[in-house]
Design a protein around this ligand. Structure first.
Ligand SMILES: [Mg+2]
Length: 254
């Protein structure tokens, strides 16, 4: 895997959030978002004609809170929610999650270190503080959705998540690419987790650039080592897009 090429003025930029833009923390609420990152994303949004979107497993509310005052186009809960460039929000109806929530809560009651997160249409069971419980968590979540094809179990970094089937980051990115200002641009997508692979699978056949952040196998043909490396790459992009190289050759001559 190679270092990604730089963003060009005709790029559409899709970014995962946790583990890509910000380092993971002990709980989803404990992350720290540098002010410089918020400013940088705002600048890139302007420089790329609005074609910058966050594509996350988080709810869009949460992304907005951490990136305030920015309100970028976004896909939340792996695409269950999507807010387009005009600010229109689409959201799938939530399935009945009662049994899943009960099972997750029961597990968290019996074992220390588990965190249950209720989202709009999904239940996430975080085991970052108790990694030894991975198999226990997997078994319980697999059992509760067995024989229910409307659900799908996602395994991310120290989290199992029950979400509606037929929704993923790739489908969300594809929907953005069918709309202004993303349509017709070269898609770039950076993500760090297994759940980002569906996004990589969408952008690469469209002549786009998939960027795996951190270690691990991936479909992506490009790699950046860390959130720090992503930040540096985006900084460089801003410099290039605002600098003389961003001008057309004709402008540069004059
Ligand atoms: Mg991530």
């Amino acid at each position: 895997m190679q270092t990604p090429p730089q963003l060009t003025p005709d790029a559409a930029l899709f970014l995962d959030f946790d583990g890509t833009l910000v380092d993971l923390a002990e709980t989803p609420e404990a992350i720290e978002v540098p002010k410089a990152l918020v400013a940088l994303l705002g600048d890139l949004h302007d420089l790329l004609g609005g074609a910058v979107a966050v594509v996350s497993g988080r709810q869009i509310d949460s992304i907005d809170r951490f990136l305030a005052p920015l309100r970028l186009p976004a896909a939340g809960e792996h695409g269950v929610q999507r807010r387009d460039a005009k600010g229109h929000m689409q959201e799938q109806r939530a399935p009945d999650l009662t049994a899943v929530l009960d099972a997750a809560n029961e597990l968290a009651r019996v074992h220390e270190g588990l965190l249950v997160e209720r989202k709009h249409a999904a239940i996430a069971l975080h085991y970052r503080l108790a990694p030894q419980l991975e198999a226990v968590c997997r078994d319980a979540m697999e059992r509760v959705i067995a024989g229910q094809p409307q659900f799908e179990l996602l395994h991310g970094k120290f989290v199992f998540e029950v979400k509606p089937a037929g929704v993923n980051k790739g489908i969300a990115i594809d929907a953005f690419l069918g709309e202004a200002p993303f349509a017709g641009r070269v898609p770039f997508f950076a993500g760090d987790d297994t759940t980002d692979e569906t996004g990589f699978a969408i952008v690469q056949p469209r002549g786009g650039i998939a960027i795996k952040v951190g270690a691990g196998p991936s479909l992506a043909t490009h790699r950046l080592d860390s959130t720090r490396a992503v930040f540096e790459w985006l900084l460089q992009a801003r410099d290039l897009l605002t600098g003389p190289a961003a001008l057309s050759p004709k402008d540069a001559e004059g």
